[in-house]
Design a protein around this ligand. Structure first.
Ligand code: FA5
Length: 341
């Protein structure tokens, strides 16, 4: 029996030497120490051993079991260490490698400039009011002193759904809607998309305007000039000058168009400013008394100032862009230039 135990011990030791994985170790352990293992079978056979030898046999089998279990425990530690080392090796990463660049989006240049314009005016106490893009003839024209069949409608020809319903050609209806709903003093900005039957390098069928309206006691053209000079100083620089040219809008009297010195040639004359040294950025004026009255404001007590600027035009001047259509082509190479991370 002694030899049998010895043979079992040696065989278990030998087979353990060849084991290289947790899986193989588990299977070998079952072979010797499992429910149907060889050592367990010896213990089960004790009942057939004569009673006087049973105790010493039992002790020998137990010792053998403890010894073989210790071999397995030792081996298990070694295999686990080996397997962890292999896993680390396989999953090793080089933390000194540079990270993969994540492309980030950016605001569209028109939104960048729109935000700058809104910020400039909000800093001067203006609030924002947005009107509808689809509007009716009254708000787009009649309430702005442009009766049906008036020739001034040609300047702002737009797209009609019916004789009465149209895509607004300017943000000026925002003036009327505000005056109808708000008591003076009024100081609002009305930004949004507008539409016109235009299409060339400097005119788009859809573009963006920001309307400004101030209604209070005693406001005059001087206030308008001071306001717009300050706006130009904030948007461009101290060198940029403004020029007020007489103009005509049925809803303002007097009316002006405001030019700024060309950002490219600084007033000398170049292709961008068509040799004049100046670029027009907006239309403005003192609100026509008729418009105030039609909107329910007493024109003997209050006066108003209004201006309407094109965001595309200002963005083109700021960034030296010569064709308005580049804003709407969704060309990522063009748009990436404005990513100011
Ligand atoms: C108007 O739209 C007036 N409602 C502005 C106004 C408001 C005057 C309040 C007085 C008081 P005008 O048609 O000039 O005005 O347009 C204003 C600005 O919009 C222009 O200076 C120009 O910058 C821009 N603009 C006009 N048409 C287009 C177009 N098709 N594409 C791009 N920008 C345009």
């Amino acid at each position: 029996m002694q030899e049998k135990f010895e043979e079992l011990r040696q065989r278990a030791k030998q087979e353990l030497c060849d084991v290289t994985s947790s899986r193989a170790l588990f299977e070998l352990k079952s072979k010797y120490l499992g429910k149907n293992g060889e050592v367990t079978a010896l213990l089960r056979g004790l009942k057939d051993v004569p009673a006087e030898e049973r105790s010493s046999f039992g002790k020998m089998i137990n010792d053998l079991k403890v010894e073989i279990s210790a071999y397995f425990d030792e081996k298990e530690i070694l295999i686990k260490e080996k397997e962890i080392a292999e896993k680390f090796e396989k999953e090793k990463i080089d933390i000194t490698l540079p990270g993969k660049e994540q492309p980030s989006g950016s605001l569209h240049p028109l939104n960048i400039v729109k935000n700058q314009i809104l910020e400039a005016f909000c800093g001067m106490g203006f609030e924002i009011f947005e009107g509808p893009e689809i509007d009716n003839d009254y708000y787009c024209f009649q309430a702005l002193n442009i009766p049906k069949d008036h020739p001034a409608r040609d300047m702002q020809d737009t797209f009609y759904f019916t004789d009465n319903i149209l895509l607004r050609p300017h943000t000026s209806p925002g003036q009327v809607r505000t005056m109808e709903n708000k008591k003076p003093p009024i100081k609002i900005l009305s930004p949004g998309r507008v539409y016109r039957a235009d299409d060339d390098a400097s005119h788009s069928p859809m573009f963006h305007q920001i309307e400004g309206l101030v209604v209070d006691k005693g406001v005059s053209l001087c206030d308008l000039k001071g306001l717009l000079d300050e706006f130009v100083r904030i948007m461009f620089d101290d060198e940029t000058k403004t020029r007020f040219r007489p103009s005509y809008f049925p809803f303002t009297e007097p009316s002006v168009e405001v030019d700024v010195t060309c950002c490219k040639c600084h007033g000398k004359g170049c292709s961008l400013c068509k040799g004049t040294g100046w670029i027009e950025i907006l239309g403005a004026g003192v609100v026509n008394k008729k418009v105030l009255e039609m909107s329910g404001i007493d024109s003997d007590v209050y006066s108003g100032l209004a201006f309407g600027l094109g965001i595309e035009r200002i963005t083109m001047i700021k960034y030296g862009i010569s064709d308005i259509r580049t804003f709407f082509e969704s060309n990522v190479k063009f748009l990436k230039q404005f990513n100011r991370r």
